[in-house]
Design a protein around this ligand. Structure first.
Ligand SMILES: [Zn+2]
Ligand SMILES: [Zn+2]
Length: 300
């Protein structure tokens, strides 16, 4: 049976196909070149410096507040675990959205989605990106939040101010925190924070890069990992996304072994729902081709 396929959803699958046709060293060199993170422009980097200046201003206000009302420090410490947990939840939601649901052509987040997905095909691709270049991906996006915070007088509520500043600072640094979890030898400060469980470590993050690539989206400290994976939340969201839009979550394209049996049954009856890039991707990474997909594509 010939499969009538949908339009490609994730355009770089065809780029990968061209690369896959190369052999040995040439293949590895082209894959490395393809997955190279794009150099951020000057303004993206300037926005990071502006954000960091705002961090110092907000922190200064809170420290002044603690000086005036020292007991607020205790309240700040009570809020601290909630803040760090919230940071992990927000980091995880953004990561999952960019990995799985975001359109690659979208004017605002298309490039970020492509970069996240290239990282999956070459997880070492971020290891040599500098600190500011790393933060530059989200510096502009976070600027309005820092500006809104500057409208409040945090000397009056330093516990809230300090925690909010920490939350924004951690989120601004989330891509760097993630990078540290990929390094053989992380920065000494990162090593301490990883040991204390305050930063995601290599062991916990590496599970995100193992087949079928559908768990462990934490990029801050991993505290919310159990909440999302233990409840199967993201798997349910993937299925919801499919049922609602009849568009495949990108992680199913990346690894067809993550596609639920009910969806395979549906595809069997409706082959027009099979997206072209699922076929391309499974040719590029044929070792990820599930038996269900082989049955679907090669039945006569
Ligand atoms: Zn990812
Ligand atoms: Zn990673």
């Amino acid at each position: 049976m010939s499969v009538k396929s949908n339009k490609p959803l994730y355009h770089h699958a065809s780029e990968l196909l061209k690369i896959r046709q190369l052999k040995g060293l040439e293949f590895r060199a082209r894959l490395k070149e393809y997955s190279q993170p794009v150099q951020k422009d000057l303004w993206d980097r300037i926005f990071v410096y502006i954000d960091l200046i705002f961090v110092f201003i907000l922190l200064g206000q809170s420290l002044l507040g603690f000086w005036i009302q020292p007991f607020e420090i205790l309240f700040a410490l009570v809020l601290l675990p909630i803040t760090l947990f919230t940071a992990d939840v927000i980091g995880q939601v953004f990561h999952k959205a960019l990995d799985t649901y975001a359109g690659e052509e979208h004017v605002f987040w298309g490039k970020a989605a492509q970069e996240f997905r290239k990282h999956h095909e070459n997880p070492a691709n971020l290891n040599h990106v500098s600190y500011i270049n790393h933060l530059a991906a989200f510096g502009k996006l976070m600027l309005p939040m820092f500006i809104i915070c500057l409208f409040f007088d945090w000397t009056q509520n330093p516990a809230w101010g300090a925690n909010l500043t920490l939350l924004l600072f951690v989120l601004l640094n989330a891509t760097e925190i993630h990078k540290q979890a990929h390094l053989q030898k992380p920065h000494p400060l990162a090593q301490v924070l990883q040991k204390l469980g305050l930063m995601i470590n290599k062991k916990d993050h590496s599970r995100h890069h193992q087949a079928p690539f559908d768990c462990c989206y934490s990029v801050v400290n991993g505290w919310s990992q159990r909440l999302f994976d233990g409840t199967g939340f993201w798997k349910k969201m993937d299925l919801f996304f499919w049922n609602k839009f009849k568009k495949m979550p990108r992680i199913w394209i990346q690894d067809p072994r993550a596609i639920p049996a009910t969806v395979y049954a549906e595809l069997k009856n409706n082959p027009q729902l099979i997206p072209e890039d699922l076929i391309i991707y499974s040719d590029v990474f044929s070792h990820r081709k599930s038996n269900e997909l082989k049955n679907l594509l090669y039945r006569d």
